[in-house]
Design a protein around this ligand. Structure first.
Ligand code: SAH
Ligand code: SF4
Ligand code: F3S
Length: 472
């Protein structure tokens, strides 16, 4: 049994991580032939991508996948800790699963992902969820076959969670959700420790993957016909800082662009590490998509300081306008938190005025959710739930108006769309994403799935655009 410990998670480990190739122990291969699994993924792209690895590992063990948890022999929840409602969803699901297990005792139930890394969660599981079979953490999810099998052999809940990063595991099997778009991890963890955020505790300290491994993976994806890669990390712009002296995100982006894979995206970018060199590279290569997610979190200098974001309102706006000016057709999206402890009316108005100035194309807005163990959770929070909700409504009204206004400017224009599939609702209707990452629904006489096609935009909506294939 290994349990998470935040103090250990925070500490810096000077050791050099070993690089190992994944190999499934032959004892576990096809051991579960004929058995089914329901894998539920909560949270961000990082978790989605981990699930693509987990799925492939479980397939090697013999599992096939089902869409209904009621039909499964194994239920695995890949969880998220970012806000209280992510917690509630997972615990709500566990409640339903417990009920099912009462009538189906052979059911195997496991948890992985960020919640597994939380001290409060594993304490609760050990105390009240002894009926579960296993918990594995984010740093050792590849160990799932062993932990799962040991839990069955010992008929006892196994909790195997390491607080700190383990070795780098390369050559992990992967069962990707898409045949056209792929996620590629470039950096794990985060060293920013924004005062509200749990991620540095659940994902560990920042460590970059070797550039050779990243480029090899992307070349292989391109050879297999993939059209788009998204370089993933909690803070991709810090890439390389822990590994190389003269190779950073800008150089990596340039090397990825030179593979000539048609579309490159990356997320998430912390403004603090966004270098001028990165802007130059993005502007120079047409296969680096001009759509950048640049979370601001707040427009108030005071709140930004309390959040530990390391930039001022002024710094953010300068960077924002520089990107808009230097990168052709640049579209910027953001994340915003309202109701951070001590956020006054004036602070909130500062957020609204920044949103007005940036006129975002897309954004995710959240009510602040205290996370146990983070510094902000100890701050006094005077605002009522109603006040926070009211601020979120006001903010969303402003954001939605700017999305629609920006989308309207695309009416009558032709945009390149990577087509993901056929719409279930209408005949001859397809959907995909534009270079600027907008959802496009359009008609076409031919099946254009898995291609990049020009689409003439006919009608703009707040969160999507309608059009038809442009035939010149
Ligand atoms: N690494 C990314 C963000 C990952 S979390 C970055 O720094 O940009 C995604 C978003 O969730 C954050 O940008 C933030 O807006 C929101 N978030 C994180 N912690 C939160 C909390 N405690 N309460 C509410 N929203 C939070
Ligand atoms: Fe969390 Fe801040 Fe790191 Fe993003 S940069 S993951 S918000 S600590
Ligand atoms: Fe959630 Fe973990 Fe991602 S907390 S947002 S799944 S890194």
């Amino acid at each position: 049994m290994h349990l998470p410990n935040y103090q250990e998670a925070r500490s810096v480990d000077k050791k050099k991580y070993q690089r190992k190739n994944f190999q499934l122990d032959p004892r576990y291969q096809n051991r579960f032939q004929g058995k089914t699994c329901y894998l539920k993924t909560y949270g961000c792209q990082m978790n989605e991508h981990d699930s693509e690895n987990i799925k492939a590992i479980l397939e090697e063990m013999g599992f096939s996948f089902v869409d209904r948890y009621q039909d499964a022999d194994l239920i695995l929840l890949n969880t998220c800790s970012i806000r209280e409602n992510a917690h509630n969803k997972a615990f709500g699901m566990l409640g339903r699963i417990k009920h099912l297990k009462e009538s189906k005792p052979s059911l195997v139930v496991g948890m992985c992902g960020c919640m597994a890394q939380e001290e409060v969660v594993t304490d609760k599981i050990l105390k009240d969820y002894g009926w579960m079979n296993f918990v594995v953490g984010t740093h050792n999810f590849y160990d799932l076959p062993r932990v799962l099998c040991e839990s069955l052999e010992k008929s006892k809940l196994q909790v195997e969670v390491y607080s700190r990063e383990q070795d780098f595991i390369e050559e992990m099997p992967v069962e990707r959700d898409s045949h056209y778009k792929a996620y590629v991890n470039i950096i794990y963890g985060c060293d920013k420790f924004c005062t509200y955020c749990i991620v540095p505790y659940t994902r560990g300290r920042q460590r970059s993957r070797k550039k050779e491994d990243i480029l090899k993976e992307i070349q292989a994806l391109k050879d297999q016909g993939y059209l788009e890669v998204t370089l993933l990390g909690q803070n991709v712009n810090a890439y390389g800082k822990d590994l190389y002296e003269d190779y950073s995100m800008a150089e990596l982006l340039e090397d990825v662009a030179k593979t000539n894979i048609p579309r490159i995206r990356f997320m998430t970018s912390h403004p603090w590490d966004f270098s001028d060199k990165m802007i130059e590279v993005i502007a120079k290569y047409p296969n680096i998509m001009p759509s950048i997610h640049l979370p601001v979190q707040s427009g108030s200098v005071r709140i930004l300081k309390k959040m530990g974001r390391r930039y001022s309102r002024e710094d953010y706006l300068t960077l924002f306008h520089k990107m808009k000016e230097k990168i052709p057709n640049c579209v910027i999206s953001t994340d915003i938190i309202v109701g951070f402890p001590g956020e006054t009316k004036e602070d909130f108005l500062d957020t609204l005025s920044l949103v007005k100035e940036c006129h975002y194309d897309n954004a995710f807005s959240f009510i602040y959710s205290p996370r146990v163990g983070t510094p902000a959770a100890k701050l006094k929070d005077d605002l009522t739930k109603e006040e926070k909700e009211e601020r979120l409504y006001q903010l969303n009204d402003l954001l939605n108006a700017s999305f629609l206004d920006n989308n309207k400017k695309l009416e009558g224009k032709v945009v390149p769309v990577l087509v993901e599939g056929k719409s279930l609702k209408k005949k001859d209707q397809y959907f995909g994403y534009s270079d600027t990452n907008k959802l496009i629904n359009f008609t076409s006489d031919q099946d254009v799935t898995g291609k990049i096609v020009p689409v003439l935009i006919e009608e703009a909506k707040t969160w999507s655009l309608d059009g038809r294939v442009y035939e010149g």
